[in-house]
Ligand binder design. Structure first.
Ligand code: ADP
Length: 606
């Protein structure tokens, strides 16, 4: 028996002991040396024991050191690097790999290192699947001193073809689950790893698994958060688009676009339940106007259950995600996205949230459409009625005037009074018809203005002239304060006159006899500002908030004794705005009011 003796290497106590025992047993040892050899053998035993304890201590120290470093980072890539460095350092393996079980159960190669701590990639990963599967399946580590002769693996193709000899594999276990494996090997030499090495690798792997699991949870939470934020951004942007009052068609179109964009689908469509047939009528997307029959699995699945569904691609049909559109807790329709490939799992939850948001907008759009329809009907009705009323009123007015002038014979005083009442009432009705017609046209964007140069002074005089009899009847004094150099305004002259008539008429009606009405104009903030001031009844603070509302009239008896419809100020304000100006007022209850409006200044020709 020879004992290898390399002065550089540590003495091998096992070989030395066995050589000495052989010599001792051979009987060739002289008597005087026997006790010395016996002593040497005892010393060697002690040394072997100390050496073993030392090695164990060193292993534990190394393990302690690498484990300390774990858990300092939550970055998965960094943790995997740390683990791989430590595995190679602890085991002195030629190569090492780490594989992780991913969401969905697949085992993926994540990182590899060689002895020189160089990174290995997937192509270098000639490992034995049998070994890995055994470890994953049993949750126990495996060590083989020479896999070529190991009955467990020697028949395995990979072990033979990759010439694997020494190999070791330990499970990564966290939260009672095998989350992956660490695998080390040496293809050329046998006997590199011992069961003690496996104990060490197992101990390390259990620490490493916790660090990897934590980093994965953190990354996942981080990713989930990022996904949620991006999802919220998408939904917010979609809702911003849907926020303006829109017709149902636009709401459906916008929703389809966002659904396809956000889920990276090839197509998307919305279909609503047809109450008569129970099927689905497609409203947008490539299948627009198609009808999906009641017995189609899609209809049956989603409409009846009211829950979202995933359809895998099959029989030439694409992969589909279907989210119900719930309106007042009833399945009213479906939002569908489709693509040739299966959608990621998260997409369905997102689509469901998108469908819920869209349902709110769809409901709003339906209300909006209903209101539009009713408005259109009302508008048509008002337009017909005002037109039809104008004709008889014109003839009533004309014949009354003729009668009043005595064209049909002499008219007595009482008859004149009756004719005046008729005339006044027709005037009142005519004003109402005219205001209603204006409101109708303004609401339907059909009011046609004829803008041009406006000499405000001229318009004031025309309006005042028509109202002079009313002012005189109450002995009211009207004063006009318009500077000679007042610039011309740019507006529709007849509409300016209409506003002035309304304001002067109000000033007269809501001011006691012998009151004062002042019509003034000046330039203010680049506009011509026209104001009508009276020292009449004024407007109470609570009435002031409603003054421009349609049909508003104060409950004040001084107001109620005058006839009116509460439409003049509303129409006047809208007209001023349509001509590019504004209208407002200041009033002190019991003291008087000033109503004003502004008009753009006529710009000199270029
Ligand atoms: P109408 O005069 O036909 O009632 P308007 O729209 O012109 O309709 O006016 C609405 C209401 O505003 C009036 O009923 C009245 O209560 C109030 N109002 C308008 N002008 C004056 C004013 N100059 N002084 C006091 N109240 C006024």
């Amino acid at each position: 028996m020879t004992v290898n003796h390399d002065p550089q290497s540590k003495p091998n106590f096992d070989e030395l002991t066995s050589a000495l025992r052989d010599i001792y047993a051979s009987g060739a040892v002289p008597d005087e040396l026997q006790s010395t050899i016996q002593f040497a053998l005892n010393e060697l035993d002690t040394l072997t024991q100390v050496e073993a304890e030392n090695e164990e201590a060193q292993r534990l120290a190394a393990l302690y050191k690498v484990c300390q470093m774990l858990g300092t980072s939550l970055d998965l890539v960094e943790v995997l690097n740390q683990v791989m460095d430590a595995v190679i350092g602890l085991t002195n393996a030629e190569r090492g790999f780490l594989m992780l079980v991913e969401e969905g159960g697949t085992l993926n190669f994540r990182i590899g290192r060689n002895f020189a701590q160089e990174t290995l990639d997937l192509d270098d990963m000639q490992v034995s699947r049998t070994v890995i599967d055994t470890v994953i399946g049993s949750g126990e580590g495996v060590v083989s001193t020479n896999a070529q002769d190991d009955p467990r693996f020697s028949k395995t193709d990979s072990v033979v073809s990759f010439s694997l000899r020494s190999l070791m594999c330990a499970p990564l276990k966290a939260r009672d689950q095998v989350i992956g494996v660490v695998y080390v090997d040496n293809r050329a030499r046998e006997g590199i790893f011992t069961p003690d090495d496996l104990t060490l690798l197992n101990a390390f792997a259990s620490q490493a698994a916790i660090a990897i699991d934590n980093a994965r949870l953190y990354t996942r939470t981080d990713q989930d958060l990022a996904d949620r934020v991006s999802e919220l951004e998408t939904l917010t942007r979609m809702m911003q688009e849907l926020n303006t009052p829109l017709e149902l068609g636009s709401v459906i179109g916008i929703t389809c676009n966002w659904a396809a964009k956000a889920t990276r689908a090839a197509g998307s469509w919305i279909a609503f339940r047809d109450p008569d047939t129970g099927g689905l009528a497609v409203m947008c997307g490539s299948q627009k106007d198609e009808f999906i029959a009641k017995d189609d699995p899609l209809v049956a699945g989603v409409l009846s259950a009211g829950t979202p569904h995933v359809y895998e691609p099959q029989n030439g049909k694409p992969a589909r995600l279907v989210a119900p559109i719930l309106i007042e807790n009833q399945v009213d329709g479906v939002l569908v996205v489709e693509a040739p490939e299966v959608f990621p799992q998260k997409a369905l939850q997102f689509l469901t949230r998108l469908a819920n948001q869209a349902a709110v907008a769809i409901q709003k759009a339906r209300f909006y459409d209903d209101i539009q329809r009713v408005n259109d009907e009302k508008s048509k009705f008002v337009s017909v009625v005002t037109h039809e009323l104008r004709i008889p009123m014109t003839s009533i007015k004309g014949y009354t005037d003729l009668l009043r002038q005595g064209a049909m014979g002499e008219v007595s005083e009482p008859q004149k009074q009756f004719l005046d009442v008729i005339r006044n009432n027709v005037e009142r009705m005519s004003a109402l018809v005219s205001d209603l017609s204006d409101i109708n046209r303004i609401a339907g964007d059909r009011l046609v203005l004829e803008p041009g140069v406006v000499f405000v002074g001229e318009r004031v005089n025309v309006a005042l002239k028509a109202l002079q009899p009313a002012l005189d009847a109450k002995s009211q004094m009207a004063t006009v304060q318009i500077p000679a150099d007042l610039p011309q305004a740019y507006a529709d002259p007849s509409r300016v006159e209409q506003i002035l008539s309304n304001l002067i008429n109000n000033a007269s009606r809501y001011t006691f006899a012998e009151g004062q009405v002042t019509i003034a104009a000046a330039v203010e903030n680049g506009f011509v500002k026209v104001s009508v001031t009276d020292n009449g009844i004024g407007i109470s603070p609570e009435d002031q908030t409603n003054i421009f509302n349609q049909f508003f009239r104060s409950e004040d008896p001084n107001v109620r004794q005058e006839t009116g419809w509460g439409l003049g100020l509303h129409v006047s304000q809208r007209l001023a705005e349509l001509m590019g100006g504004q209208m407002g007022f200041e009033s002190v209850f019991g003291e008087g009011s000033t109503f004003w409006f502004t008009l753009p200044i006529q710009q000199p020709a270029a």
